[in-house]
Design a protein. Structure first.
Length: 348
């Protein structure tokens, strides 16, 4: 097989070029991916308002001048987590790029040459030097910090690309740095796609045996109790032991009172569709398609992301009453799902 002039050879076992290809990849470490570029707009209150409303962040220092001054600021400040948002190119520049290719374009092309054509973000670490205020003009520049050797992952063989983004104000002073890590991977070969139109639910018979395992949830110290209860077909909700507020997804600390003490209550298993999407692509062989994914608001008041079963996508409606169902894709995993409540009523 030709190596397109790279001087290396093609490794049929891993699918990645070795030798000079590896050298060409590692030569990017320390190189600039993005030359300093300013955001389209200065920090401004309307965008702060959009952000905090979307995040349900009611900290008054973001919108209330007097509250900000009482907290020791000169006026309102932007949420720290917005640092990246101020430098995003926007929709138009994303779909209609112009100008010369960036370093990121070149590195992406080199990775694609090795078969690493898919991407998923893995983590982001921020360090903040000062708070941003309305009127600040924020710029960003980015360099490559590390490119890992090829690693085997659940998504396929890939490489972790770590970059460092530096955010500056108009005077050139650093306001934040971000260590950003992506996995560029070679998608594993998948079995033949299942015909569309099969609603998600409990797999049956030979078709279920041929279907691969569902992706494993990310279980940690904070949420293990929830998945353990699910394996017993119990849908539980974390409750603050002090102020008694309910919360989901699980977390170590109560967002209302800050208490680290908690217990659980068992949900009734009733609720309504708060929002939903119907997924057609990209397809994963462990699921049936089209796949209805909903945000269900329980009668207790918390919401969770779940599958809807026993309903055609065209029949799903916002506000539709639903009741608890369970998906048991394999002996090690049980997940709550919901089905239309009126279907139960008709059966009775």
């Amino acid at each position: 097989m030709s190596d397109h002039g790279s001087g290396g050879h093609f490794d049929a076992r891993s699918g990645a070029r070795s030798g000079e290809y590896e050298d060409r990849l590692q030569a990017w470490v320390g190189r600039e991916l993005l030359t300093r570029r300013f955001g389209q707009d200065p920090v401004n209150v309307p965008m702060i308002r959009h952000w905090v409303e979307a995040m349900a962040d009611d900290n008054p220092i973001y919108l209330d001048e007097s509250a900000a001054r009482e907290a020791g600021r000169d006026g309102v400040v932007a949420p720290a987590s917005m640092a990246q948002a101020w430098t995003m190119r926007g929709y138009a520049a994303s779909v209609r790029p112009d100008g010369e290719p960036t370093g990121m374009d070149e590195l992406t092309g080199l990775l694609a040459e090795g078969g690493y054509t898919s991407v998923v973000a893995t983590d982001s670490e921020f360090e903040f030097e000062r708070e941003l205020v309305p009127g600040d003009r924020v710029s960003v520049e980015e360099v490559v910090e590390a490119i890992s050797p090829e690693k085997k992952t659940g998504l396929g063989a890939g490489r972790f690309i770590t970059t460092v983004r530096t955010y500056r104000d108009a005077a050139g002073e650093v306001v934040a740095t971000q260590r950003w890590r992506l996995l560029r991977f070679r998608p594993a070969e998948k079995p033949a796609q299942e015909p569309a139109g099969k609603p998600a639910g409990k797999p049956e018979g030979e078709e279920a045996e041929a279907r691969p395992l569902r992706p494993r949830p990310a279980i940690n110290h904070d949420n293990a109790f929830w998945f353990e209860a699910a394996r017993e077909h119990r849908l539980v909700i974390q409750r603050c032991a002090d102020c008694k507020s309910l919360r989901h997804p699980p977390g170590p600390c109560c967002p209302q009172c800050g208490s680290f003490a908690w217990d659980t209550v068992e949900a009734k298993g009733e609720g309504h569709v708060y929002s939903y999407v119907v997924a057609h692509h990209p397809r994963h062989p462990a699921f049936g398609y089209p796949l209805v994914i909903a945000v269900v608001e329980l009668t207790e008041g918390t919401r969770l992301i779940t599958n809807l079963t026993g309903v055609e996508p065209a029949d799903v409606e916002i506000g539709m009453a639903v009741v608890l169902d369970w998906i048991d894709p394999d002996p090690d995993l049980s997940l709550p799902a919901f089905r239309p409540a009126d279907a139960d009523a008709k059966e009775r």
